[in-house]
Design a protein around this ligand. Structure first.
Ligand code: PLP
Length: 340
């Protein structure tokens, strides 16, 4: 039987014997080499790795934080849980709340949630509130609703989310035998980069340089100011005013890393390359870190040592984006001779 990450890392997480553990067997995701991608980035064979977070129970890394946030909500006798979400937090909250027997309300930016994520929230039985507005506006609406409701907010402002997510760093260190030299990842609300940095800091002296990438149309941390109307095809990082801004900037500065931006065209190129060259289908947002790696390698940025890219969510979350591209395909009559 696969243990969830709370049991695996119990001594390093804020749980007590009284905490009821709500788990779907999250964590323990694959770390796989990506040698073809390494060659394209001018890196030596065996130096580039992908952390497949789409292999979590609801298909994204959000499950790492949610197992702890929902366990704690249950321990604290919450009436229910709520969140605002571009889709993956909602899917994860809805699943873990269902398992815990807690009511769940999700606030979604209407028209900007990938189909698979919406399907998940519906199936897990969450109450859905579609907000006419972007994610940041949905979050403000959710926080106002949460006030004096007895519902626990499970956005990444919830401290247990970050605690659970730091286990990604523990796993990578175990899988490589040591921390990598660089970690590339997408940055939206910036909870994940904050969490990984905490995990690496708690694990020892050598730490990766943290390389975060925002979408060019939603890059508040690069611009140094909030973006009122964030725009990008990568809906999971379509965020104009990141909640964990300070954590992300600390991760960047303390690690000697950077936070930069990549265009939608660069994200899509990396997204397609991952699928075709490595057999890894992630969602568009997840490809932002790889797009950043390719951008830096083109600019001859000095990269040495082992590099990990976090692929945050599964490609099937978003079945619509791939259908926008042109493919060669043909239709034949059944039984006709097809030459290959
Ligand atoms: C939530 C999410 C992100 C962004 O993570 P933050 O912690 O908000 O920076 C990136 N990719 C996917 C697939 C996500 O679900």
């Amino acid at each position: 039987m696969k243990l969830g990450l709370i049991e695996k890392y119990r001594s390093r997480l804020p749980v007590t014997p009284a905490t009821p553990i709500v788990t779907l067997g999250e964590g323990g995701t694959p770390l796989i080499p990506a040698d073809k991608l390494a060659a394209i980035a001018g890196l030596p064979k065996g130096s580039l790795f992908l952390k497949i977070e789409g292999a979590n129970p609801t298909g994204s890394f959000k499950d790492r934080g949610m197992t702890l946030a929902i366990s704690k909500a249950l321990e604290d006798k919450a009436r229910g849980v709520l969140c605002a979400s571009t889709g993956n937090t909602a899917a994860s909250a809805a699943a873990y709340a269902a398992r815990a027997g807690l009511p769940c309300v999700v606030f979604l930016p209407k028209g900007n949630v990938a189909a698979g994520k919406l399907a998940q929230s519906l199936m897990y039985g969450a109450r859905i509130v579609e907000v006419r507005g972007n994610f940041d506006e949905a979050l403000a609406t959710a926080l106002a609703a949460a006030k004096s409701s007895g519902y626990t907010v499970v956005n990444s402002s919830n401290p247990w989310r970050i605690e659970g997510q730091k286990t990604g760093a523990f796993e990578i260190i175990e899988q490589l035998g040591a921390p990598p030299a660089f970690q590339f990842m997408p940055v939206g609300n910036a909870g994940n980069i904050t969490a990984y940095w905490r995990g690496y800091r708690e694990s020892g002296k050598t730490r990766p340089r943290m390389m975060g990438f925002q979408a060019a149309g939603a890059a508040p941390l690069v611009l140094g100011r909030a973006v009122l109307k964030p725009k990008t095809i990568a809906t999971a990082i379509r965020i104009g005013n990141p909640v964990s801004r300070e954590g992300a900037l600390a991760a960047r500065d303390e690690s000697g890393g950077l936070i930069d931006k990549v265009t939608d065209a660069e994200i899509i190129a990396a997204y397609r390359m991952l699928a075709r060259l490595e057999g890894v289908f992630c969602e568009p947002s997840s490809a932002a870190g790889v797009a950043g790696l390719l951008k830096l390698s083109r600019a001859r940025f000095p990269l040495k040592g082992r590099i990990v890219c976090i692929l945050t969510g599964h490609g099937l979350k978003d079945p619509e984006t791939p259908l926008k591209f042109k493919y060669k395909r043909k239709t034949v009559t059944a039984g006709s001779r097809v030459t290959l």
